[in-house]
Design a protein around this ligand. Structure first.
Ligand code: HEM
Length: 532
């Protein structure tokens, strides 16, 4: 009998179901997968970045890897123990502390340069005009870059989509943020602020007339409550639970973030990874419950969708035409998750720095209070009055300039394109350090590091020498959808505080801004409150 040795060895033409052939097939497949994985890793981490780097360097661009201060990157982003323990004077020159890595690179290589985050190549673009050009995105060819797996654990939604999906979501969400709709949410804002004020008043009642308070935590609770009430109306208690879970999730994400350049890291069965997935499941379950309950009420009982963000979003979705032009329940869940992530911490950061800065500059605190009392007296602030607060608006803008909650923004080139005379291949990640643009003396003047709300006396467009380069809420088509919401909330809270209290920084306060996704006060924000 003749045996086809080659066919048998390879399992071709032989009995493929025999154990040895099967294991050979499995072995071959595993080898192919391994080869593919090695190729992908080499392509992503080595070949592609090097190709991009060569193309950019050939045009005269310089750069180096991020040089962090030596030491751990463990629990707070970029600062090591030594840098962390050093208090900084209460000045507003915070870039060396919050973005030393970017400052070093830009100092050495100029406002447009190459850098590396692990194996990932990024372009740092700190040139104000170019940042504006990129955010304006006239060509429509810039994309966001989001780690979709990590994003899913936080929130995907509007902020991470591109192209048609983004346009559809933005169109559906826009009506919920119109000023008229925000006006109807004002009672929710003032209810939450009243709760905060009452808790401060009761602390003061048991004291000798002044009391130290850490506003950082209080403002996070306030803005979390505002999002819960304005998003979910009567279901806001479930909203509160979501907000607690989201807060824990944010901390865990930060822990995971430092390992994210390891391929497949989120699949490792670490304690942190497992808990993040568990939290995400619980949040999604709660949100699905709230959404389905609301949809049932709208369909079966003919109830109106309500004037909260969820109701307005569902209503707008319903009116959006065919199902292809509508969001699915999963999409709505992601958008609700995003409201917390995009809207809670950013606004609490703004309020915190505002009180800290007004503690450093009591003359502006007095001016703001005078204005608030002249518009509202001791009455509850109303929508029209909040729109007339000029000094308060100037103060909030100046705080957003010096302490932008989102320190850097990012984009990706979706195809080859020219920016500032340089040709960028497709797929280049662009890091836009907003904080450096906001602290650039060439556009803001020599007094750039001083707190001078008067630079906004004639609005944003006149605050800088040339075109506006004020980007706390981004710019262009992807400008923050919640900016009016946030400004209204901040004005309401600040007005109610100024009506009742005066405050100064506590001696126990250490000025230590640092970035953990947004710009936090590292050691809290302790102020001393006195009743007026
Ligand atoms: C002081 C408070 C806030 C600040 C500083 C802020 C900042 C920003 C910035 C800088 C962007 C643009 C990101 C980019 O271009 O890459 C953005 C987008 C966004 N923000 Fe805000 N935000 C604030 C409050 C809010 C609130 C209260 C909400 C919702 C309740 C919100 C929801 C969003 C959403 C959904 C986007 C994505 C928009 C899009 O991509 O089309 N933000 N925000």
């Amino acid at each position: 009998m003749e045996v086809d040795v080659a066919a048998t060895t390879l399992g071709v033409g032989g009995d493929v179901s025999s154990p040895s052939s099967l294991s050979l097939l499995c072995g071959l497949s595993a080898l192919l997968v391994l080869l593919w994985a090695v190729f992908r890793a080499a392509e992503t981490c080595w070949l592609r970045p090097r190709r991009l780097s060569r193309a950019l360097r050939a045009q005269g661009l310089g750069g180096t890897a991020y040089r962090f201060p030596a030491g751990d990157l463990a629990d707070n982003g970029w600062l090591n123990e030594e840098a962390r323990s050093k208090p900084m004077p209460p000045c507003h020159d915070i870039v060396p502390r919050v973005a030393p890595h970017l400052l070093n690179i830009v100092k050495e290589h100029g406002n447009v340069c190459i850098t590396w985050f692990g194996p990932v190549l990024r372009m740092v673009i700190a040139e104000p005009k170019l940042v504006r050009e990129i955010l304006s995105d006239k060509s429509g060819h810039f994309e966001k870059f989001t780690n979709k797996r990590l994003g899913k654990l936080i929130a995907l939604g509007l902020a991470s989509y591109d192209g048609e999906k983004w346009a559809m979501h933005r169109r559906i969400l826009n009506p919920a943020f119109h000023l008229e709709k925000l006006k109807s949410m004002l009672p929710a804002f003032s209810t939450c602020c009243t709760e905060l004020i009452s808790s401060w008043e009761s602390k003061l009642a048991g004291s000798d007339g002044s009391h130290e308070i850490d506003i950082w935590e209080d403002f996070q609770n306030l803005t979390g409550d505002v999002i819960s009430r304005t998003s979910f109306g009567s279901s806001f208690m479930e909203g509160r639970r979501i907000f607690q879970l989201q807060a824990e999730q944010a901390e865990r994400i930060i822990k995971a973030f430092q390992y994210m350049y390891i391929p497949g890291y989120l699949f490792f069965p670490t304690e942190n990874n497992k808990r993040m997935k568990q939290i995400n499941r619980e949040i999604e379950g709660l949100l699905r419950g709230i959404i389905e309950k609301r949809e049932r009420a709208m369909e079966n009982d003919g109830l109106s969708s309500g004037n909260d963000l969820l109701g307005l979003m569902l209503q707008s979705n319903k009116e959006s035409g065919t199902s292809r032009m509508r969001m699915s329940t999963e999409d709505v869940i992601e958008e609700c998750k995003l409201f917390y992530f995009a809207g809670m911490e950013t606004t609490s950061v703004l309020l915190t720095w505002t009180l800290v800065v007004l503690g450093m500059h009591p003359e502006w605190q007095d001016r703001a209070r005078e204005e608030v009392l002249s518009v509202f007296g001791k009455d509850k602030p109303n929508f029209d009055g909040l729109g007339r607060l000029k000094t308060v608006t100037m103060i909030l803008y100046e705080v957003l300039r010096l302490y932008p909650p989102a320190v850097t923004l990012n984009r990706k080139t979706s195809r080859q394109m020219q920016i500032g005379g340089i040709t960028y291949p497709a797929g280049v990640l662009l890091e836009l350090p907003i904080i450096m643009v906001h602290h650039n003396p060439d556009v803001w003047g020599k007094d750039v590091l001083e707190f001078k709300p008067e630079r906004f006396a004639e609005g944003i467009s006149k605050a800088t020498k040339d075109q506006p380069v004020f980007f706390p809420f981004g710019w262009g088509p992807r400008i923050c959808i919640g900016q009016n919401f946030a400004m209204l909330e901040a004005k309401m809270a600040l007005s109610m505080i100024l009506q009742r209290f005066e405050f100064q920084l506590s001696p126990s306060y250490t000025h230590a801004p640092y970035t953990v996704i947004t710009l936090h006060p590292q050691h809290g924000a302790q102020i001393i409150l006195k009743s007026l």
